[in-house]
Design a protein around this ligand. Structure first.
Ligand code: DAH
Length: 319
């Protein structure tokens, strides 16, 4: 800035010199004029350069997000603050990749759904108490943030049923964010993630389903696992099962320490019918389970609330 001011003063003085030209002897006037012009050009060049440099600095000062005064250098401590992928998203990608490697297609769930997809299309009888078991939130308009990824079953069946007509099978997984109106504690969150699986063909059996699930869990935990099932109840499957794995020794488990990982079963004939698929010709199985629980076991996490907490110390442990 100072330099620019000095140059401008020089230019002013020079302009005064020009006025003296009339006092200079006629034969010397041309040389006098040339000398002044050369000086003027030099000063003008310097002024242009100084202005350009100033402009560059001004552009630098336009970073409105900088946590320092304009024109100050960003301290080192800020330049190491980098965002990163949330651990749940990293794990969800791994989950989906395993199913993809087994030939499954992927369809995403949605954040807002309706009564039909949450309950009716899944064979929940009207006014049936099982509807209350899902602790659903509702918007003022009566829409439902999905309480499970099963809300997508009807859409999956409808969008992929052309494959059945072509003699192929339906094999789709649906990762998604789900919401439940329940008290939050170390093992319950109001917002969490699930992954749903839907498989339909002419010949599939429950044995195929258990094979797929075993394969998935063994790939996810990178070891052989003992599995077990017990009877469950879901209106959209018949029979319904709860699928369990024995907690691996490496993850602190003891023999006989079985954990319930997901719900599953053979798709109820009414669910197939509602999507326009003939249940006398085709059979299917489906499953759905929480991603948070899967990840907690893998990393030995004791509290599900970390995931939605935005706690940087927690998040940095995964980078
Ligand atoms: N939607 C169920 C839940 O969130 C889990 C489930 C059970 C999904 C059985 C399925 C199924 O697809 O067949 O509790």
């Amino acid at each position: 800035m100072e330099e620019l001011e000095k140059l401008k003063q020089e230019l002013k003085k020079l302009n005064i010199e020009y006025a003296k030209i009339k006092d200079v002897a006629i034969e010397k006037r041309a040389a006098f004029g040339r000398e002044l012009n050369t000086k003027k050009t030099a000063i003008m060049d310097k002024i242009a350069k100084a202005e350009e440099a100033l402009l560059d600095r001004k552009v630098e000062a336009l970073d409105v997000t900088a946590p320092v005064a304009p024109n100050e250098k960003m301290p080192e401590v800020y330049s190491v603050f980098q965002g990163s992928k949330h651990p749940l998203m990293t794990e969800l990608d791994r989950v989906v990749a395993i199913y993809q490697s087994m030939g499954f297609d992927v369809m995403e769930s949605r954040q807002l759904d309706d009564e039909y997809h949450m309950f009716d299309s899944l064979n929940f009888a009207k006014e049936h108490p099982a509807r209350d078991g899902y602790d659903t939130f509702r918007t003022e308009e009566g829409l439902i943030p999905p309480a499970h990824t099963s809300t997508m079953q009807n859409r999956v069946l409808k969008s992929y049923k052309h494959l059945l007509e072509e003699g192929k099978e339906i094999a789709v997984v649906v990762p998604g964010r789900v919401y439940r109106n329940e008290d939050v504690d170390a093992t319950h969150e109001h917002t969490f993630y699930q992954c749903e699986g839907v498989y339909v063909s002419k010949t599939c059996t429950m044995g195929d389903m258990l094979g797929i699930l075993r394969e998935f869990f063994e790939k996810y935990y990178e070891q052989k696992l003992n599995i077990r099932t017990q009877p469950g109840y879901f209106p959209f499957t018949e029979p319904s099962l709860e699928f369990m794995i024995e907690k691996p020794k490496a993850l602190g488990g003891k023999k006989g320490d079985f954990l319930e990982m997901l719900g599953c079963g053979m798709i109820h004939p009414n669910v197939l019918k509602m999507a326009g698929i003939d249940p006398t010709e085709y059979h299917g199985f489906a499953w759905g389970g929480g991603i948070d629980r899967l990840v907690m076991l893998r990393y030995g996490l004791k509290d599900v609330r970390y995931f939605e907490s935005g706690n940087l110390n927690f998040l940095r442990e995964f980078n």
